[in-house]
Ligand binder design. Sequence first.
Ligand code: FES
Length: 83
Amino acid sequence: MSSVIEFTFDDKELTGEKGQSIAAVLISLGTPIVRLTRFEKQPRSIFCGIGICFDCVVIVDGVANQRACLTQIRQGMSVRSQP
Ligand code: FES
């Protein structure tokens, strides 16, 4: 059984290894900006990496406010940056 997981981030096809978080894959690919702040639209990325700061929230399969650093990639999942 393959450990390669295919998913999309903002409609871009990405791959990672089974067990990796969304954040781990995005960092490894050099795509760390995952959202903009609500009022000033400042870019945010992975900060704490342990689920505390919520700077990494993304939309996963249509569900907003999912922490990229705590969410493991799954085959076919759709991840979107959160404006
Ligand atoms: S990077 Fe802080 S909660 Fe994900």
